[in-house]
Design a protein. Structure first.
Length: 386
């Protein structure tokens, strides 16, 4: 489906981008597309593709949106949005909230029910999300949303992925994720999971620092974080000759949130008989982590798919892999899916629930996380209370 903005936007406007402080990739066009990770991985290993970019859905049984692009530009730093989107004719955006899925009161009820389930079953953790529906008049170019997210992000993080290969014609997933699912450089592999969160307190430096310190010592959040780290350790240990997993998480900050984070690093096993997995294959092995799903994974996913409207690509992954096997994937959070005609979008935010979670605090956490996308759209954060 041709973009409604193709005649006005810059010729360099990407169909895919991943902006990271450690290096960025943006691409245009599509030589070939894939809906299955295995097919894309075989094309990379067989020399049929120099790079594959795109998004993986939350539910692994659903179609992926993977593309072999026509042109690729790499930069050794976060991207600087084109002036057209910063202050030019493409910089105007008019958005309004049209609905919630579910309403805040219903999300609160679902959280209460999920916490009760955890307390009385073998489920240890589940992540429940809520969505906000948004309308644009005039229609928005998703690249403008990405440009705003990159400029607002603490580290210049941002992404765009065209979802057309998955049958969502013209739809784009746009976001600013601070969470690295996996990165591969040669045989070096790393992951930077985030789990356990607290809202930043703007304009009050001492209270803001105190909020971060409280998170770092929160027993509930440390337990929640440990589930994620243990999952990644179990997945990476069999494919690594060395793996370093710190005993305690560190504090990571975005413009809106404090997070508990663990920098995991390792060295991949590699031989002629068993080549090291590519970044795409590693992403497929690791995701979805308990940071966006829960544990045990099958029970958590069953509860999510019963309680929520389909997530689509929210809580999946976005990234790229080149022919050498190197690449990077971020967890698809702090994001929105923009419709092909640019008139509507859906944004999500979720929170991890454990046995001693406080339902109102969990609802407030989703509201704080929604601030990332809401600020980029010039909107007030939607209400958290009943």
């Amino acid at each position: 489906m041709p973009s409604p903005f193709s005649t006005a936007r810059p010729a360099t406007a990407p169909d895919f981008l991943l902006s990271r402080p450690s290096g960025s990739v943006r691409t245009q066009g599509a030589r070939r597309t894939f809906t299955a990770v295995g097919d894309a991985a075989r094309a990379l290993r067989g020399g049929e593709a120099e790079i594959v970019v795109g998004a993986l859905p939350f539910e692994k049984g659903s179609a992926a949106a993977l593309t072999v692009p026509e042109t690729v530009v790499r930069e050794p730093h976060a991207l600087d949005p084109h002036p057209y989107y910063r202050e030019g004719p493409g910089s105007e955006l008019h958005a309004r909230i049209t609905g919630f899925d579910p309403a805040p009161t219903e999300h609160l009820r679902r959280v209460e029910a999920a916490v009760s389930t955890i307390q009385h079953s073998g489920l240890d953790k589940v992540v429940l999300a809520r969505a906000v529906d948004i309308a644009f008049d005039p229609p928005v170019d998703p690249r403008l949303v990405a440009a705003r997210l990159i400029r607002l992000a603490h580290n210049g993080d941002g992404f765009i992925a065209d979802l057309s290969p998955a049958g969502r014609s013209g739809h784009m997933l746009v976001g600013s994720s601070p969470e690295v699912l996996v990165r591969r450089r040669g045989l070096a592999v790393s992951s930077y999971p985030l789990a356990g969160s607290a809202a930043r307190i703007p304009g009050a430096p001492e209270a803001d620092v105190a909020a971060g310190r409280a998170l770092a010592s929160s027993a509930k959040d440390l337990v929640e974080h440990a589930f994620v780290v243990d999952h990644i350790r179990r997945v990476l240990e069999p494919v690594c000759s060395e793996l370093s997993v710190p005993d305690r998480p560190v504090l990571e900050q975005t413009s809106e949130m404090w997070h508990l984070a663990t920098p995991i690093t390792g060295t991949l096993l590699d031989s002629s008989a068993n080549p090291a997995p590519t970044a795409l294959e590693l992403a497929e092995l690791i995701y979805p982590t308990p940071a966006v799903c829960g544990t045990p994974p099958a029970a958590a996913e069953a509860l999510i798919t019963t309680a929520e409207t389909a997530r689509g690509f929210y809580a999946g992954a976005v990234g790229y892999t080149d022919a050498s096997g190197d690449g990077e994937y971020v967890v698809a959070i702090r994001c929105a899916e923009v419709s092909g005609d640019g008139t509507a979008a859906r944004a999500w935010a979720g929170g991890g629930l454990v046995a001693d979670s406080d339902p109102q605090a969990e609802l407030d956490e989703t509201t704080a996380k929604l601030r990332t996308i809401m600020r980029a759209l010039g909107l007030e954060t939607p209400p958290a209370g009943p």
